[in-house]
Every structure is written in structure tokens, then in C-alpha cells.
Write a protein of this length. Structure first.
Length: 118
């Protein structure tokens, strides 16, 4: 599976940004998909996920819930992350992943960089 993320950029604190991730394969609708991120001086952390294998359960990290929204368009093999009310601590390289199950990525995309200026 190949994953191609895009949409990163520079935004002021309080602004919005939308990320996309196009996945290869014929069965995207059955993929468990997630977003992770890694800041300059931090480890990779979980951001949000949609688990087809668990009745399309949606999970967010506490730090982004209420501001970031994960969604998907199965007809376009595309995963999205709508990011609102961005904070400087949201600045990171954002990766989309295809997961085996909760918090267990099997495939990683190349990442797209989000910079938030204060």
C-alpha cells in the first residue's frame, strides 16, 4: 500500500488547514486509517483514526479532539484531516497510516509539514 499525504503549509495560530492522503489499492473502504505526527523535538504521536474493522469507530487524541476532524472519501481512496483553531504545538510532520488495528500502523506515508506561527 502506498500513501501520499499533502496539504501541509504555514498557517497562523488560530487558522485552519486541511490535509489529504491518497491511498493505493482496491479496498480502501476496508482500511483502518489514521494520522500521526512528529514535532521537531518530540516522538511520533497519535492524532486521529477511523477503524473500519470496529464499525468505523473514530478516535482522537485528547490534544486535538474538538479542533481536528478525520474523514474519508472511499470513492476517491482519500483520507482527510481538517485542522481548525491551530496552535503552535500542532506544528509537526503529519503522516497518514494504514493500521492493522488500534494504534498499530502497518504502512506509513511520506509526511506533510505543518508549520504554525504564533
Amino acid at each position: 500500500v502506498q500513501l501520499q499525504a499533502s496539504g501541509g503549509g504555514v498557517v497562523q495560530a488560530g487558522g485552519n488547514l486541511s490535509l489529504s492522503c491518497v491511498a493505493s489499492g482496491r479496498n480502501f473502504a476496508t482500511y483502518n486509517m489514521a494520522w500521526f505526527r512528529q514535532g521537531l523535538s518530540s516522538e511520533r504521536e497519535f492524532v486521529a483514526a477511523m477503524y473500519w474493522s470496529d464499525d468505523d469507530t473514530v478516535v482522537y487524541s485528547d490534544s486535538v479532539e474538538g479542533r481536528l476532524t478525520i474523514s474519508r472519501d472511499n470513492a476517491k481512496n482519500t483520507l482527510y484531516l481538517q485542522m481548525n483553531s491551530l496552535k503552535p504545538e500542532d506544528a509537526a510532520l503529519y503522516y497518514c497510516t494504514k493500521d492493522r488495528y488500534y494504534y498499530t500502523p502497518a504502512y506509513w506515508g511520506q509526511g506533510t509539514l505543518v508549520t504554525v506561527s504564533s
